[in-house]
Design a protein around this ligand. Structure first.
Ligand code: ADP
Ligand code: ADP
Ligand code: MG
Length: 666
């Protein structure tokens, strides 16, 4: 076994490889870009080397720099992770030339599978079933249109060098072919520097089922069963599971044999995945082979009880495969959900920002969280917006689904848009629950998955109010501790004020809905009044923004995270974002106030979203302030016109400063 390896990657996969290396007593060296100096994989590694600026091209894709770092740190081998250089034959070649072991397949196998077209030609020879199509060298548009007509509509045009769903175009009629081809070529040239394409029969309602294969240097190849990755958006996986629902022993054996044949045909060594597209009638066809560890490998680990990174290291060190095909078996059912910083409501647009609050569910024998970030870290525009992978393992698929729902309900992310609630709906949707899977599931279930968000329940408004009061109380207690006269009435937070009554009003807004919670102080508790109904409330704030509340004798556990003026209320597995409306600072909110808008706290203007003279709708963003490491958007209090901004970008503003001259519409 090696004593030192270098990991040429970042994020969760780098962390995951480090974990296995450590367990095997292998030293793990990380590499990082300037943007990742404080990243989790750097903190976890035994040593780390900076390899350049944020742009991947200049760091994680910089072959020379990575090889030099490996030499410098005394590594004997390089693990490429997935993405980046993992399927780059020049990199594998450069490792060999430098006397380093590339923890992956031989250069020739990467090359053979690098082009989808060439791979299909090779697989045809090896007797592996293919989707009908054209994958030859002739790239003439008229010729390809002829081939498409021969194959029969609909067809799929793919970039030969493709990956990540890029370039793929479905064509349903001859008249659309030329435009789709041109647009696929443009995207392929831009993404892969290669505009060659192939044309395939487009299968309706297919499933994506892939086989995990493993080979060693002694010529053994086994398969570690299948994964069903049918649940996709934009031809990219979101949820993966193993085993595939409905798989029969006979079909598994046939697909396993085809996958092993495919691997053997290219002299495969190490971990690889043979992807098949499976038609509604169960017939399967080779799609492509990914010559690396796959993002979704943990579901295979869960059902086999194996560590695939350990297998990779052993095989790369020249050891034989630890188990034979006969010794491998499946236990239970595993599901993985990819937690992304993306907004499902906006076409899954990636989101960036700081993870103000990040609390994954507790890990156990049944729940695994593979993360590359921790609370306080940022999701930057430089790299993939994946926050973590959540993997669960149950005795049956039904158990696994229940565990997944429970774990998702506990997952709390604040600071970036994320898909946690979307994933919950996905797992809960009847089609998924009944394993009625195919690659069109998300589109077909659109109405269920994207149903507009329910209004916050009464408890959510009460929780937000109670958390506010308890935090104030804690702050007052802390201040009193420091003060000479801790019993001074000025520290009291029971509503006592000179010449003031003992009731207050807390205002919160969620979307278009504004609610006012009346507060009366009753000893150590509060009487909260909402919608004419009053509730006696008490409780405490625990670390991690957790609220233990008692509403009229009903216990309630919630999490209330403060981010600027927002209150993220996690309750019963859902998240409601309420804005705390402070009438002192936001004269305009909820009412028809006139005049300037003020800074809610001292900060810096980081962007002017509107321009002087712009006519704004109520609630439209005017400018963005950065305060307390958070961004705060100042919005138009009513419809009206921006007359002028009082501060320029970069200027500091004091607490309460007037920011904008704003003229409400008549
Ligand atoms: P899988 O089939 O394992 O999901 P994908 O083709 O979706 O594989 O890509 C694997 C991962 O690698 C993705 O999460 C993607 O973010 C990442 N990736 C792919 N290409 C690149 C690249 N050029 N640079 C950085 N990351 C990449
Ligand atoms: P990538 O390199 O982007 O992973 P793939 O060839 O593996 O490209 O295809 C990605 C996805 O596109 C598949 O998982 C599947 O959902 C869909 N797809 C690919 N080929 C077909 C096909 N012939 N018919 C229908 N869907 C397909
Ligand atoms: Mg693929």
């Amino acid at each position: 076994m090696f004593d030192t390896i270098l990991i040429a990657n970042r994020g969760e996969i780098a962390c995951r490889v480090i974990r296995s290396a450590r367990r095997l007593g292998v030293r793990a060296v990380a590499v990082y870009s300037e943007a990742d100096a404080a990243a989790r994989h750097v903190r976890m590694a035994d040593a780390a080397v900076c390899i350049g600026p944020a742009a991947a091209r200049e760091s994680y894709l910089n072959i020379e720099r990575i090889i030099a770092a490996a030499k410098e740190m005394g590594a004997q081998a390089i693990h490429p992770g997935y993405g980046f250089l993992s399927e780059n034959e020049d990199f594998a070649q450069a490792c060999a030339a430098a006397g380093l072991v590339f923890i992956g397949p031989p250069v020739a196998a990467i090359r053979a599978m690098g082009s989808k077209s060439a791979a299909k030609a090779l697989m045809e020879k090896a007797g592996v079933p293919l989707v009908p199509g054209y994958h030859g060298d002739n790239q003439d548009a008229t010729f390809l249109a002829g081939e498409a007509a021969r194959i029969g509509w609909p067809v799929l045009i793919k970039a030969s060098a493709g990956g990540g769903g890029k370039g793929m175009r479905i064509v349903r009629a001859a008249a659309e072919f030329a435009d789709a081809l041109a647009s696929c070529r443009r995207e392929a040239a831009a993404s892969f520097g290669d505009d060659r394409v192939l044309v395939e029969k487009y299968l309706e309602r297919p499933r994506h089922i892939e086989m995990q294969v493993f080979g060693d240097t002694q010529g053994n190849v086994v398969h570690l069963f299948e994964r069903d990755c049918s649940v996709q958006r934009r031809h990219q996986k979101v949820i993966e599971e193993a085993p595939a629902p409905g798989m029969t022993a006979g079909r598994r054996a046939a697909m396993g044999k085809a996958a092993v044949d495919a691997a053997k045909a290219v002299g495969y060594v190490g971990a690889g995945t043979v992807e098949f597209i499976v038609a509604a009638d169960g017939t399967f066809h080779f799609m492509e082979m990914n010559t690396r560890l796959q993002v979704e490998h943990p579901v295979t680990e869960m059902i086999t009880g194996l560590d695939l990174v350990e297998w990779q290291l052993r095989v790369a060190a020249g050891e034989p495969l630890p188990l034979t095909q006969e010794q491998l078996s499946i236990r239970g059912h595993a599901i993985e959900a990819r937690i992304y910083a993306e907004d499902p409501g906006k076409g899954f647009l990636p989101s960036t920002g700081r993870l103000v609050h990040l609390a994954p569910p507790a890990e156990s024998l049944h729940v695994r969280v593979d993360a590359g970030v921790e609370e306080g870290d940022a999701i930057t525009p430089h790299y993939d917006p994946m926050i973590a992978k959540l993997i669960v393992h149950g005795e049956t698929r039904e158990r696994a689904c229940a565990l997944m729902l429970q774990a998702l309900a506990q997952y709390r992310v604040v600071g970036v848009a994320n898909n946690v609630e979307f994933l919950s709906r996905l797992v809960a949707c009847p089609a998924f629950a009944q394993a009625d899977l195919d690659t069109g599931l998300i589109e077909r279930e659109h109405d269920f998955l994207f149903a507009s968000k329910a209004a916050p329940p009464r408890e959510a408004w009460l929780a937000a109010a109670l958390a506010e009061l308890l935090r104030e109380q804690a702050a007052a207690d802390a201040a009193a501790q420091k003060d000479a006269d801790p019993h001074s009435p000025w520290h009291r937070r029971d509503g006592w004020r000179v010449n003031l009554g003992v009731s207050r009003r807390l205002t919160f807004r969620c979307g278009e809905t504004t609610r006012v919670v009346g507060v009366a102080y009753v000893g150590n508790a509060y009487r909260l009044e909402l919608d004419g109904q009053s509730t006696l409330a008490g409780g405490e704030m625990l670390p991690g923004s957790q609220l233990r509340a008692d509403f009229g004798g009903n216990r309630c556990a919630a999490t209330v995270v403060v981010a600027g003026e927002r209150r993220h209320v996690f309750l019963h597995g859902r998240c409601f974002v309420l804005a705390a409306v402070d009438p002192l600072y936001h004269a305009g909110e909820g009412g028809g106030a006139e005049g300037g808008l003020t800074a809610p706290m001292p900060g810096k203007v980081i962007a002017l979203v509107a321009r002087a003279g712009d006519k704004m709708e109520k609630g439209a963003p005017l400018l963005i302030l950065e305060a307390m490491k958070m961004e705060h958007t100042i919005c138009a209090p009513t419809a009206g016109t921006v007359k002028s901004f009082r501060y320029a970008v970069g200027e500091q503003v004091a607490d309460g400063a007037d920011l904008v001259d704003f003229e409400p519409a008549k």
